[in-house]
Ligand binder design. Structure first.
Ligand code: RBF
Ligand code: MG
Length: 380
């Protein structure tokens, strides 16, 4: 069946947000605030992150001073906390797909701007730890270089102007609601990549909402498409997790006919937060049994709307008994798709079976099959 792609406006330049879009700043912000608040006998509440995402530094500070009833002026708070962030700049990781996107656009000569509410100096410092980034942007604008930060359109209007482009010929990529608002007010096309899960409903003004940069389809915007997909999978820098197999929600076998060998998420919170929810392929090793192909879902299972991010590997092999408690080792080597919701259980099952076929075929490629011999999987 052919499904017509919804027609999007074609663009010839890309304007990127930095924090939460290209780099995982949230993790560092939480770490610093956790330490800082202890001084005042307060405890950082992870949910606060939602309130400050996309705000200017001064707005962020005002919210925290107010919410935690800190006995200091917003300015003093900023003066104290900023050096703490700056010390941590070197530890902020690129988000999955960020390097790939920047390299790809650069190699195709697509003009790129970086437009962030962060002060210019802080932007420069943050990107200096990522090789090839600074040279890739023909324009960089900080929140201190415009009168009003996002959600005002000013920063994106200025970025377009300096790129010598009409705003309508620019694609803005943004993780925050104020950023999306700013982009639409400036007249640009906007792809939202929300950095906080399960908030898609807040992004209705964006032209498209995607789950992570891995899901960007540049051809929808008339930009040169990525060419790194093979056999329905996107090769990744491999990553490793393992542990004893635990009982999941008990739906895999019973409801779906697809038994997953779930792993505990304990001890993996940072690994889990680094990797977008979605469906992946890789190799699975069971210490006493062997090494098997695997398709795996990570996330909240939108169809069941779980409250916890889970790891659910499906070993592509018929086992004649359960193996709860056995040590399972995984190497994840490729990405298939974001998690989706489905109108019926049958359509969810059909999609998962498709994923299995994709994994079966792709993992035979030398690019992936070489990891079958990874010593991590053998666990001896
Ligand atoms: N659950 C969803 O709600 N949406 C999905 O797109 C989805 N994709 C999956 C892909 C694979 C390869 C596997 C093994 C599971 C997937 N699941 C998905 C999770 C499935 O709902 C879950 O394993 C069962 O509910 C058992 O807890
Ligand atoms: Mg942002």
């Amino acid at each position: 069946m052919l499904i017509a792609q919804p027609l999007k406006k074609l663009v010839s330049a890309v304007i990127l947000d930095l924090d939460g879009t290209l780099i995982n700043t949230d993790g560092i912000v939480s770490d610093v605030l956790k330490v800082y608040l202890v001084k005042y006998g307060k405890q950082w509440d992870g949910r606060e992150a939602q309130k400050i995402v996309g705000k200017t530094p001064l707005e962020e500070a005002a919210i925290i001073v107010e919410d935690y009833k800190l006995p200091c002026a917003t300015e003093d708070f900023v003066a104290e906390i900023y050096p703490m962030f700056n010390d941590q700049c070197c530890n902020i990781k690129a988000l999955p797909g960020a390097n790939r996107l920047i390299k790809h656009l650069r190699s195709h000569g697509v003009p790129m701007a970086l437009a962030s509410n962060s002060p210019r100096a802080s932007i420069e410092s943050k990107i200096s730890y990522h090789q090839g980034w600074k040279e890739s942007f023909s324009v960089i604008i900080g929140g201190d270089e415009v009168k009003m930060g996002k959600p005002s359109p000013e920063i994106f209007l200025e970025a377009a102007k300096r790129l010598n482009m009409e705003p309508s010929s620019c694609l803005v990529i943004e993780d925050s609601v104020p950023g999306v608002t700013a982009g639409k007010a400036a007249g640009t096309e906007v792809v939202a990549v929300p950095s906080i899960p399960k908030q898609t409903h807040l992004y209705t003004s964006a032209d498209e909402v995607i789950n992570s940069l891995l899901d960007l389809q540049l051809e929808k915007w008339g930009l040169p498409p990525f060419q790194d997909w093979v056999e329905g999978t996107l090769p990744l820098e491999p990553w490793y997790i393992g542990g004893p197999v635990i009982k999941g929600y008990g739906r895999g076998s019973k409801v779906l006919g697809i038994p997953t060998a779930n792993l505990s998420t304990k001890g993996y919170s940072s690994v889990l937060s680094e990797h977008p929810s979605g469906v992946y392929v890789g190799w699975a090793g069971l210490s006493t049994r062997g090494i098997y192909k695997m398709a795996m879902s990570i996330g909240w299972n939108p169809y069941f709307n779980n409250s916890e991010k889970t790891i659910e590997p499906w070993l592509l092999h018929e086992f004649d008994e359960d193996f709860y408690g056995e040590e399972l080792r995984l190497v994840i080597v490729g990405y298939i798709r974001p998690e989706e919701n489905f109108p019926t259980l049958e359509s969810l099952i059909a999609k998962i079976l498709d994923d299995g076929k994709i994994a079966e075929r792709a993992l035979d490629l030398p690019l992936y099959s070489k990891y079958k011999d990874d010593s991590y999987l053998k666990n001896t």
